[in-house]
Write a protein that binds this ligand. Structure first.
Ligand code: UDP
Ligand code: MG
Length: 325
């Protein structure tokens, strides 16, 4: 059914929106849509749907690919951002534009199998507000990525009070009321999976085996992965801030005990074994305290940088145009 945006009424609003952020995925666009549309046509209990593709400032032919699909398919929406804003923000832009009663977010490299959406819908119909996909296995990832991901999910679980499920990416279905909460959360260092967990309501997981990327290379090199991990931790935990004060407390305690030792040596005119007047202990104390102070300053800096970013209150993203078929 071809329904231009302006003529949509409550009755023919799409029930399901599938949102996909795309950054330099030119060879994945066509196969991705092929599989999404194949499954969307067969879904039970969703009379209408839309597929929202967000072009996150791609520098290859992704935009042209999307436009040519737009010309030959209906139910497709293109959200073209003004430049590259990053995965989490591109996903947020798509979620904002999506109109469905349920919104599915997935990657554009076919690592998230669209066929799982049927299982999502079934759970949603049972009354769950969030259905997330849990990776049972991950194909085609380097041992390094697997290890760092493992450490990351477990660290964040320990550091936050929000229960963020382990081994779960952003591939998930969210009900309209969850999406509306996300839309009202303007924070810019976005860690969507944490934000969705924070919302609460009824959430459940569905297991799946994560495929290899169809073509192209990962857009999450080590540096971005690291930033993402820091974003996740600082947005959902103040443990690192308190860690700074623990460090300070412990080092002052050590320094105090050491001072007592030094004073008693002086008082009783004793010479410790291997005595050379002063410098070793001085250097050790200075280095230790210097280290503690730098770590603490660094942690403060991380949070202050974030406060500064939030205070500026710039828009999260800029949409260059929206096209619908
Ligand atoms: N992505 C994006 N903007 C970016 C980086 C990535 O929209 O700046 C998209 C990318 O096209 C893909 C999804 O986010 O659809 C996940 O990225 P990727 O597959 O590179 O991450 P990985 O699976 O390696 O963690
Ligand atoms: Mg991927």
């Amino acid at each position: 059914m071809r329904v231009p945006h302006s003529r949509r009424t409550a009755a023919n609003m799409p029930t399901l929106s599938i949102v996909v952020p795309l950054y330099n995925e030119q060879d994945n666009v066509a196969p991705l849509l092929e599989r999404i549309f194949a499954i969307a046509e067969r879904l039970e209990g969703t009379p209408s749907y839309e597929v929202v593709l967000v072009n996150d400032g791609s520098t290859d032919r992704t935009l042209e690919q999307i436009r040519s699909e737009l010309a030959r398919r209906s139910n497709l929406v293109l959200v073209n951002l003004s430049r590259n804003f990053g995965h989490q923000i591109a996903a947020s832009a798509g979620i904002e534009v999506a109109q469905g009663d349920a919104v599915v977010l997935m990657d554009g490299d076919l690592q998230d199998p669209p066929e799982l959406i049927a299982a999502f819908i079934a759970k949603w119909r049972e009354g769950f507000d969030v259905v997330y996909a849990v990776r049972r296995t991950r194909k085609g990832e380097s041992p390094f990525k697997l290890l760092t991901a493992r450490i990351f999910y477990r660290t964040i679980k320990r550091l936050t009070k929000v229960s963020i499920p382990v081994d779960t990416g952003d591939f998930r279905l969210m009900s309209r009321r969850v999406v509306d909460v996300l839309k009202r959360s303007p924070e810019r260092h976005r860690f969507l999976r944490g934000m969705v967990s924070w919302v609460g309501f009824n959430q459940t997981g569905v297991d799946y085996d994560r495929d290899e990327r169809l073509s192209g290379t990962t857009k999450y090199p080590l540096t971005k992965m690291f930033r993402f991990a820091i974003d996740g931790i600082t947005s959902f935990s103040d443990v690192p801030l308190r860690f700074a004060s623990y460090l300070g407390f412990i080092s002052s305690l050590v320094a105090f005990i050491y001072a007592l030792v030094v004073i008693s040596y002086k008082l009783f005119s004793l010479k410790p074994p291997g005595y050379t007047p002063g410098w070793a202990s001085t250097i050790v104390a200075v280095l230790f305290l210097g280290g503690v102070q730098l770590i603490s300053l660094g942690i403060l800096g991380e949070y202050i940088g974030r406060i500064y970013d939030e205070v500026k209150g710039r828009p999260l993203y800029l949409i260059s145009d929206i096209e619908r078929s």
